[in-house]
Design a protein. Sequence first.
Length: 220
Amino acid sequence: MTNEEILKRIDHTLLKMTASWEEIKTLCDEAVKFKTASVCVPPSYVKPINNEFKNLNICTVIGFPLGYSITAAKVLEAERAISSGANEIDMVINVGDVKNGNFDFVLEEIKLIKKACGEKILKVIIETCYLTEDEKIRLCKIVTDAGADFIKTSTGFGTAGATLADVQLFKKHIGDGVKIKAAGGVKTREDLETFINAGAERIGTSSAVKLLAGGAATGY
């Protein structure tokens, strides 16, 4: 697999709370240069990026990183992000609802946010590190039934990131048309290839450019 083939699946990511505009601009310059799938950035940077970088695919996060914002707030976040220039939304589910068995609430929330996204891409972060296998399987069906475009492993801010086992589990249980995004914990070029070969259509990482240039991974 060539570097170019890997990079076109990368959501080039910078989500740390201290991210400066200069760091975000560097991220965007790298995304343009290396033709990554998108940049994944905090919502506050969507409009400035859209104003300065034309034809750059912008992804942002909703209800991030804990997911327990009320649904109305998440819907408004999604609407505002899209009106500001985002083409892709990565939302975090309310894991508390999962633990309480309120799966209907999770389904309805995803449906509402997908409605707010319209034709834009919605990725659903289920934060696998906090879930049982049965919960992950149940959420594969919920994400499918809600009409989301991707199921995503992790925020990168939890106790663990993506695992190969979770990508394989998703591949087995998601419905037709739902894609997989792996995020968090990608440490080597071999990891990138392994996750892609296992079925991850996208990988969220801050380190892909450095990894492919032979450096060490840091951060998300």
